[in-house]
Ligand binder design. Sequence first.
Ligand code: ATP
Ligand code: MG
Length: 367
Amino acid sequence: MKLSFWRFFLLFLTIAVTGANVIGSVVWYVLFRAYGADVLVPLTITANLVAIPILAFLAYVIQELRRSNDDLSGTKENLDVHVEHLERLRETERKQRTELKRTLSELSLARDISESANRAKSEFLANMSHELRTPLNAINGFSEIMCKQMFGPLGDARYIEYAHDINESGSHLLGLINDILDLSKIEAGMFELKEEAVDVAKVVNACRRIIRERAKEAGLTLATRFKGGLPRLRSDKRAVKQIVLNLLSNAVKFTPAGGKVTLQVEIDEDGCFSLTVSDTGIGIDADDISKVFTPFSQVDSSLSRKHDGTGLGLPLTNSLVELHGGTIELESELDYGTIVTVRFPAERVLDDPAKTGGDGVKASAAR
Ligand SMILES: Nc1ncnc2c1ncn2[C@@H]1O[C@H](COP(=O)(O)OP(=O)(O)OP(=O)(O)O)[C@@H](O)[C@H]1O
Ligand SMILES: [Mg+2]
């Protein structure tokens, strides 16, 4: 048994009292023999009067010691409960950590599987697209020769019409295959930008020429604005052209007759090269905006259903912009129109004294 402080104290007290009694008895006997009872009676009374408060004080001290000992035992019990609780917590935490580790390793395995499946899909698409492009080039090339009747007249006018249809369909299919090929290359991390100093104004003008006819046929006003003299942009020219064409063709496609499509090119306040295509078209519902950057997803509205398309334009545009380290932002309101802003980072803006794209504002209209 452990000897606590107050037990030790009690033991000491008992020994001391016993010792004092023994010594007192001896002294009392010696004094009794020497002086007799007359001296001893008052002495004994005085000794008792002194002893009573001392004993009361000792009783109080003992009681206090007991109480503090009880308190200590209570605290110890509380501590034991806390320690037990902490140990249980530590055990739970250990279990959770093990569980987390297992979930992480399962997730990492699932990610590896999905990445390898994705790579396989991209490789398959890339191979398929390559295989399809070769015969398509022949179809497009020969149908063009027939359209132009390069080796002599075709005879019946319907042959020319059919050859024209073949050529248009072939070109459409080729465009689609090229989009799929580009997207799968980007997904597989195999798309390499061919960077050069690109005169964006020239690229925009070339795109405008391509889109102008479509805008005219659709009864739209097409305007391009170059704000200030534009420096050149370190970028992939083909990718920039594709970005501009995709955005302009969407704007023209989804804007009803009488509407307006505007393309604005400028260096914004952060020094980024910014391209903004805005239209007064059908717009996109707020709930659907997040869908439009997912491949093959098209927003199901009556007017967008009227137009053909595969839903690859915006995802491809987004990926091409991301490859350049840029951002794309789409704001839209149903029945009011859409604004798409592409920003290339300021580091890509070349500090070129030969500014291009004209100065001030240059605008053109398709009708
Ligand atoms: N300017 C716009 N106005 C209204 N809706 C738009 C606009 N641009 C895109 N969208 C919506 O986003 C969808 C996805 O656009 P995306 O360019 O990816 O595909 P698409 O134009 O339908 O087909 P593709 O570009 O492959 O020919 C469109 O189907 C359309 O519903
Ligand atoms: Mg499109």
